[in-house]
Design a protein around this ligand. Structure first.
Ligand code: ATP
Ligand code: MG
Length: 425
């Protein structure tokens, strides 16, 4: 038997109803905050991620699906391609390529789509997973660097999570500084790590040299006591970064967005500057991060583009759905009615009635005239329909239908023209 590849999975009904519900709700919220959709390719040049996400990150150093793509014609050349492990680099590439900054306006872009990382599969961690993300990026003159953008993004995130009905999340917030103040913090980390790194994991020993900030991101339990005692970034922020962070926090306080400052949180991507954040949820166990994001003021330039500060986030849709399932008991958009044709020649009448109800926005399904009534009722129950509607010769002639409420057992006759209203109550 051929099975889905390790770390990938089929999303099946009824779960897909929840996925669709989530996507519908977030699109509504994005529209209210004046975001528009962008769709970038699922694969890109490997170099984009190497330069954009950073060579030293877990993503680039061990999680990417990369292959040599052979030239098929003299006009092509062999190139190294990668399935996108995240979408920010692709969006910023598109921003540069299409000169989206030329309008002088902020670009508020969102995306929904699959991402790929070769990780150890477990609950909430897959090799193909889905992200719902957004980026606010633009020329400095459009205010892309200002703290109000950070506060607005975080405010929208609480609106997104509210719209889908997620309860019990925690927002962790930090500032990771900028290229002006980061070097002195990195230096302090290097010095602090000098004496202890030999007792830490291999990755940390390497990072202590190459990119000490990444040490804070280490997940190895044995390393945590060492990490706890490292210098704190807040003590190293320069004045502009300190002020930026204070302003973001003041606006969040005014908006009554609850958050906790977590100075250990540096996030897994190299491009972040200043504000970084993560929302966690208790139902998700060790894969507790529902979403992460932050500011990336230098990313466009790093990819060869113009100065275009920005801030963005990515929600792990798989984890969001898992968290919703853990708190959800009622099925979404349940089947309203099962239309049951009774006897030969009744299928066409049943279909016609179903068509009218569907056109009126009622979710219905239809049985078949060859099925015994008992079988049709059993099917209606299995489908979770609220009502069964019987369509026999007499009903069609009288244009009044026997309607049975399958939850209460109550049965009544409802005139054809009143049926929609009756079902919608
Ligand atoms: P983690 O620390 O859990 O590995 P991350 O820092 O690698 O997360 P980001 O790159 O910030 O994650 O991606 C944003 C969100 O995407 C995460 O908060 C998570 O919800 C989701 N995500 C990341 N990797 C996976 C994966 N392999 N499977 C499912 N969801 C994922
Ligand atoms: Mg990860």
């Amino acid at each position: 038997m051929i099975k889905a590849v390790r770390g990938t999975r089929d999303l099946l009904p009824p779960d897909t109803a929840l996925w669709n519900f989530v996507e519908r709700k977030v699109r509504e919220v994005f529209a209210r905050y004046n975001y528009q959709e962008i769709r970038t390719p699922v694969f890109e040049s490997t170099e984009l991620f190497a330069r954009g996400v950073g060579e030293e990150t877990d993503i680039v150093s061990k999680e990417m699906f990369t292959w040599e793509d052979k030239a098929r014609a003299a006009s092509e050349k062999t190139q190294t391609l990668t399935l996108r492990p995240e979408n920010t680099a692709g969006v910023v590439r598109a921003y540069i390529e299409h000169e989206l900054g030329r309008s002088g306006l902020l670009q508020k872009l969102y995306y929904i789509g699959p991402q790929f990382r070769r990780e150890r599969p477990q609950k909430g961690r897959y090799r193909q997973f889905y992200q719902i993300g957004a980026e606010v990026i633009g020329p400095q003159s459009a205010g892309s660097e200002l703290p109000i953008r950070d506060a607005e993004v975080l405010d929208m995130l609480t609106a997104l999570l509210n719209a889908v009905g997620l309860k019990g999340w925690t927002l962790f917030l930090n500032s990771v500084g900028c290229p002006n103040c980061r070097p002195s913090y990195n230096q302090a980390l290097r010095e602090a790590l000098e004496g202890i790194k030999d007792q830490m994991c291999g990755d940390c020993q390497r990072r202590a040299e190459t990119n000490p900030l990444r040490v804070l991101d280490c997940k190895a339990p044995a390393d945590q006591p060492f990490i706890e005692k490292l210098p704190k970034i807040a003590d190293y922020l320069d004045e502009p970064c300190r002020k930026h962070f204070a302003e973001v926090r003041a606006m969040l306080d005014a908006l009554e967005v609850p958050y906790e400052v977590n100075e250990r949180m540096v996030r897994g991507l190299d491009y972040y500057t200043r504000t970084t954040f993560e929302f966690t949820h208790g139902e998700l166990g060790s894969q507790s991060a529902v979403l992460g994001g932050g500011r990336y003021d230098g990313l466009s330039e790093q990819l060869g583009g113009p100065k275009a500060p920005g801030i963005g986030f990515a929600i792990g849709e798989d984890r969001l759905v898992l968290a919703l399932q853990a708190q959800q008991t009622e099925a979404l958009a349940p089947l309203k009615a099962f239309v049951i044709p009774l006897g030969a020649g009744m299928n066409r009448h049943a279909l016609k009635l179903a068509k009218e109800l569907r056109a009126a926005g009622v979710a219905v399904d239809v049985s078949d005239e060859s099925f015994r009534l008992k079988k049709s009722f059993e099917t209606a129950e299995k489908l979770g329909a609220t009502y069964a509607i019987l369509v026999g010769e007499n009903e069609v002639q009288a244009s009044a239908f026997a309607v049975k409420n399958l939850k209460s057992g109550e049965q009544t006759t409802v005139a054809g023209e009143e049926l929609q209203e009756y079902l919608k109550r």
